[in-house]
Design a protein around this ligand. Structure first.
Ligand code: SF4
Ligand code: SF4
Length: 375
């Protein structure tokens, strides 16, 4: 047994002797076109590196970072291998051994300066719907706060509508903004979730529950995700979809449900496979539409990854764009479909930027529109 433990040892052994059954499913392998960054390639290299058969150097270490964490390979794996779980561990090992890809140094600096992976200044957020003393809080996805700041206040109003009371907005007084949860740092092997919580999270005095639209933060608190936060002290945290699926059927339905007949639903990989929320999404969609969007040809557990996770975008911007473009191009193969709605703010931003066509929309915005909490 190596320091990686029997679970990961077993996974790398399975991959080593596998005929690469999952190869086609990997967004990074497909966009980069390199055998080294297939799930098989990364896991085989880990098998060799962890027992010392291959010495760590910059190239070997770099290979372990080319996984978005989408878990799509796991869907097609007869052994149910959780490849991101193994590769995240490999990343902290190589970073501890002194190998940090250069692209991540800049991202780390941005976190040190303003608690966010995005370099732009945070746009003005309407914090009027929020109550600083509320015991339930909303922690916005950093992509929502950076790229759709008008949605933050609308989500605050939506939460008030379904809960019957205003919620608190999670803010870092030190950074003067709603901070990123820090997931990109752990995905880059730089800090563990526990280190991030202790060093970077704001205080939660008086808060018992935090709702977020960040699937990565929700995944840290989900029992079957690839990575968990070892934590009993912070408030209970969950994805907003959990709350909406439960509460929307209990409030007045929208006066004007949306017609999504011309739309395809992109099921974000973290929402679908890390926090297992696809049924929650279906339930929310059924509440706000009279004609729901169709799913992609590969739907539900097979849904494609857009490559838009920050840690992958920072490392391989062109491949990340290519992966996003491939998902948006599904519209061309589906007659009568002109728009795509996605379940993640990060996917929305990545696909919107990469496609440059203004055809990608956000499911949370749809919910806000249907319940008329956004102007
Ligand atoms: S993850 Fe599964 S399907 Fe993919 S290479 Fe490894 S063993 Fe094979
Ligand atoms: S989790 Fe996704 S990105 Fe990572 S190796 Fe598997 S398919 Fe590729």
């Amino acid at each position: 047994m190596t320091k990686f433990g029997p679970h990961i040892d077993r996974m790398t052994a399975y991959c080593t002797f596998c005929p690469k059954m999952c190869r086609f499913s990997c967004p990074a392998a497909s966009a980069e076109g390199r055998e080294t960054v297939t799930p098989w390639g990364m896991m085989r290299l880990l098998e060799l590196a962890k027992d010392g058969s291959v010495a760590l150097d910059d190239d070997v270490a770099d290979a372990f970072f080319h996984c978005t964490g989408c878990r799509r390979c796991q869907t097609f794996c007869a052994h149910d291998n959780d490849v991101p779980r193994a590769l995240w561990k490999a990343r902290s090992w190589v970073v501890d051994s002194g190998f940090l890809p250069e692209a991540y140094q800049e991202m780390y600096q941005r976190f040190e300066e303003h608690q966010s992976p995005w370099d732009e200044a945070q746009a003005q957020i309407d914090d009027s719907p929020f109550d600083r003393d509320a015991s339930v809080a909303y922690w916005p996805d950093c992509s929502t706060a950076a790229h759709s700041p008008e949605l933050v206040g609308a989500i605050g109003r939506l939460l008030e509508k379904v809960l019957g009371e205003p919620v608190r907005l999670v803010r870092s007084e030190e950074a003067g903004r709603t901070p990123c949860c820090g997931f990109p740092l752990s995905a880059a092997g730089i800090e563990s979730p526990e280190e991030i919580r202790d060093k970077r999270w704001p205080g939660f005095e008086g808060v018992h529950t935090v709702w977020t639209d960040c699937a990565a933060l929700a995944a840290w608190n989900h029992p079957s995700s690839s990575w968990q936060l070892d934590d009993d002290d912070t408030p209970q945290m969950g994805h907003i979809f959990e709350l909406l699926a439960r509460r929307l059927p209990k409030i007045e339905p929208p006066d004007n449900p949306l017609d999504a007949a011309d739309c395809l639903l992109h099921q974000s990989c973290y929402v679908t496979r890390q926090i297992d929320a696809k049924d929650l999404v279906d339930s929310i969609v059924s509440q706000i539409t009279d004609t729901p969007p169709d799913k992609l040809a590969y739907g539900d557990d097979e849904s494609p990854c857009c490559g838009g996770r920050v840690h992958y975008q920072v490392l391989e911007p062109e491949a990340s764009d290519l992966a996003s473009q491939k998902v948006v191009e599904s519209l061309e193969r589906n007659e009568g479909k002109e728009r795509m709605v996605t379940t993640s703010s990060m996917c929305h931003h990545a696909m919107d930027e990469a496609s440059e066509q203004d055809v990608v929309e956000s499911l949370l915005r749809w919910v806000c529109e249907a319940y008329e909490v956004i102007s």
